[in-house]
Design a protein around this ligand. Structure first.
Ligand SMILES: Cc1cc2nc3c(=O)[nH]c(=O)nc-3n(C[C@H](O)[C@H](O)[C@H](O)COP(=O)(O)OP(=O)(O)OC[C@H]3O[C@@H](n4cnc5c(N)ncnc54)[C@H](O)[C@@H]3O)c2cc1C
Length: 408
């Protein structure tokens, strides 16, 4: 009897894990609470460390065909536009790390993952929210191999038996609460506005074909192209405590957003001037966890390591998790041992990135004399190219990591 693996959540993490497991021959069923399958209308940066996994899953080219490849990542002063650093991407990233750096619409990546899952007969069940799980050791009977050791309960009171449960159910994970007790994620005192604008609404060439990062007191702004340059995605982050809704679909007030970034560089203000609508949501994260598994249950993605988006690595980490999880389950007969190895492979890396993303908030928001001094040094060294090298070295620990090579 092959292992029956249930995944809670059909986000990028859940679908990527389903695909990685199905590629290894497992029988996988995904249960998603929403009635409709999809992702929000926003962009995602996918760094080479994530692209290695998409390559081995056979979907990198399809993702690339729907994406935009940025020339560089550039950090600049919010008013003067003075550069702090430039990190070359495009061909440089491909040659250096062996994979592309992409900007992709979330819905496009989600569709690619969903279609690949369907081709491998992953069953995806919508409108099914998982509430909790229970191990049932009394089920174990060596003479009856159809018994499963895990019972999964749904919000609608139905239940299901399985061998393995993966909680990929996001930052408010029920699987995590059941495993570790209620430990809600923490509000970080920051909110993010996001929007997507058609590129033809702006003067050609105004928005540079980079990952553009503008930093200013208490705020920062990121913009980049999607879909071969047809769309421009932006994320505007502001330190603010009066808004704590963690919903991806809460409309923001576009005039308030324009006011918030008034006086910023024209590349920012003109982009916001061309924007008709936006969304606003509060940013949450949590201290790194020390446990992600409980016998035949494990967590993945934001369910175990939600992070601030200031290194653009949340989805990338869920993608790396997926490969490691499938590798461990395929190479170890005992589920509990496999899940423990998965946790051991992933925990240090994701914890380091969670903490590094938090640290970037101080720098991006000029929030302390030390952060201001660092920015002054970066700015002073930028003409000599030294700040570029400092930034590249800092990002290398993220981008140069190849989980596929690591585990083979
Ligand atoms: C502003 C912003 C920008 C970002 N930019 C980037 C970026 O550029 N690059 C990057 O790599 N990352 C980025 N991230 C992070 C990234 O979006 C997340 O880390 C990633 O989406 C997490 O995926 P996930 O599948 O783990 O969780 P989610 O995307 O939250 O998916 C969880 C799924 O589980 C479902 N679910 C929830 N509860 C249940 C339940 N009880 N039963 C069944 N289903 C359930 C949900 O409906 C959802 O479909 C950004 C995040 C933010 C906030």
């Amino acid at each position: 009897m092959s292992k029956k693996i249930v995944i809670a959540g059909a986000g990028i993490g859940g679908l990527c894990a389903a695909l990685a497991l199905a590629k290894r021959g497992f029988q996988v069923a995904v249960y998603e609470q929403s009635l409709h399958l999809g992702e929000i209308g926003a962009g995602l940066q996918l760094s080479p460390n994530a692209m290695h996994v998409l390559q081995v899953l056979g979907i990198a080219d399809e993702a690339k065909a729907k994406a935009f490849i940025p020339a560089s990542a550039v950090m600049r002063h919010y008013q003067t536009g003075k550069k702090y650093f430039t990190v070359p991407l495009a061909d440089t990233a491909r040659q250096k790390y062996g994979a592309n750096y992409l900007h992709i619409h979330r819905a496009d990546l989600h569709t690619v993952l969903k279609c690949a899952c369907e081709k491998l007969n992953v069953s995806i069940h919508l409108g099914q929210a998982i509430r909790s799980y229970q191990h049932c050791p009394q089920n174990w009977d060596p003479n009856n191999l159809t018994l499963r050791n895990l019972t999964i309960q749904f919000e609608n009171s139905e239940s299901l038996e399985a061998d393995v449960l993966i909680g990929a159910d996001g930052i408010k994970s029920h699987v995590q609460s059941c495993m570790l007790g209620q430990t809600p994620a923490e509000f970080t005192g920051q909110v993010a506005w996001r929007g997507v604008v058609e590129a033809n609404k702006l003067p050609k060439g105004l928005i540079q074909s980079n990952a553009n990062l503008w930093v200013g007191p208490g705020k920062h702004f990121v913009s980049y192209y999607l879909r071969g340059g047809d769309l421009i995605n932006f994320v505007a982050v502001q330190e603010r405590t009066d808004w704590q809704k963690e919903s991806w679909n809460e409309p923001g007030d576009i005039n308030e957003l324009r006011d918030t970034f008034k006086g910023w560089h024209p590349e920012v203000t003109e982009l916001l001037g061309a924007t008709k609508s936006c969304f606003l949501w509060a940013l949450f994260d949590r201290q790194p966890l020390t446990q992600w598994t409980d016998r035949s249950v494990a967590l993945l993605g934001d369910a175990c390591h939600p992070m601030l988006p200031f290194l653009a690595q949340g989805a990338a980490m869920a993608i790396e998790d997926s490969y490691a999880l499938a590798h461990c389950l395929a190479n170890e007969n005992d589920t509990q041992t496999a899940l423990k190895s998965y946790q051991n492979i992933r925990l240090t890396r994701t914890s380091n990135i969670q903490l590094a993303a938090r640290k970037n908030a101080g720098l991006y928001h000029m929030s302390s004399p030390l952060a201001q001094a660092k920015l002054a040094v970066l700015s002073g060294l930028s003409n000599l190219g030294i700040s570029d090298r400092v930034a590249v070295n800092k990002l290398d620990f993220i981008y140069a990591y190849n989980i596929v090579e690591q585990l083979n």
